[in-house]
Design a protein around this ligand. Structure first.
Ligand SMILES: C[S@@+](CC[C@H](N)C(=O)[O-])C[C@H]1O[C@@H](n2cnc3c(N)ncnc32)[C@H](O)[C@@H]1O
Length: 259
């Protein structure tokens, strides 16, 4: 049971919490709206408050995935990050500003939830996988009912579009944020069979250097905007520039047991 109103024609009575709304973390999948789950779509169609994160002055990526479904702006709330890439995530100003931003956002959502309105937070890929949703979930989960709807992850969409299985047999897969320092990337890449390197942006040259040093460059595939319009899949070895947008990652497929 998920606490949402039943579909038209359904007779089953769903139990609803008496006083408060439910906080939904909605996995939006990797970009192609056809990869939304049935449950995600149902919640998007019915929740009275729909929340998405965005850059100042820009539209949120997770929100864009819902274009085919959403047409009622009065239900929507955009939460604009105070910073994205302007400061290092460990800079004290960044930490303080983000904490205040999430505290304020949690307060605004608590007002809706406390008044009995369900709130759905749109989350790219899967909400519990490097999702901003998690910062609001942490602040609200002990006060309100929560339902997290898993989504197809970005990496799953990317290796599918690249046409490359990522792990075979006993292969160990390591997921790395490109923001890690070069020696850490190198150590982790040397110790794994397969890898996914996310959050590339301006870190692409460093990741390329680590892959080269680890002897993995020839296996590395660069995927930009996997499953979305403007998708690009190319062996990293022949990508001759260092440009990488937010929605990009590098895959290093495993080569394990294949009887
Ligand atoms: C903050 S993480 C969010 C991950 C997301 N929750 C998920 O389940 O995939 C953002 C990173 O995910 C990766 N990513 C997510 N979707 C992608 C896509 N469709 N194509 C390429 N990269 C993607 C990029 O590396 C991006 O920098």
């Amino acid at each position: 049971m998920d606490g949402l109103a039943p579909f038209e024609g359904e007779t089953e009575e769903l139990p609803r919490p008496a006083a408060t709304g439910t906080l939904y973390g909605v996995g939006m999948g990797p970009g192609d709206p056809d990869l939304l789950t049935v449950k995600a779509r149902r919640i998007l169609e019915r929740a009275p408050v729909l929340v998405h994160f965005c850059k100042q002055g820009k539209r949120g990526n997770a929100r864009g995935i819902a274009d085919a479904i959403l047409c009622d702006p009065s239900r929507e709330m955009a939460l604009a990050y105070p910073y994205t890439t302007e400061l290092h995530p460990e800079h004290p100003d960044y930490v303080a500003a983000l904490a205040a931003f999430y505290d304020d956002a949690a307060g605004r959502l608590a007002d809706h939830l406390g008044a009995g309105r369900d709130v759905a937070i749109l989350s790219e890929g899967d909400p519990f996988f490097y999702g901003s949703f998690m910062h609001l979930w942490r602040r609200l989960k002990d006060r309100f009912p929560v339902d997290v709807i898993p989504g197809v992850t970005g990496m799953s969409g990317c290796w599918t579009r690249a046409g490359t299985p990522i792990t075979w047999g006993d292969d160990v897969l390591t997921v790395l944020p490109a923001t890690l320092p070069l020696p850490v990337l190198l150590e982790r890449l040397r110790g794994t069979d397969a890898a996914v390197v996310m959050k590339l942006g301006r870190h692409l040259p460093k990741v390329r250097a680590a892959l080269t040093e680890a002897g993995l460059l020839a296996r590395a595939v660069y995927v930009e905007r996997g499953t979305m319009s403007g998708e690009r899949v190319i062996p990293l070895e022949i990508k001759d520039d260092d440009e990488a947008p937010y929605f990009s990652m590098i895959l290093v497929p495993g080569e394990g047991r294949r009887p």
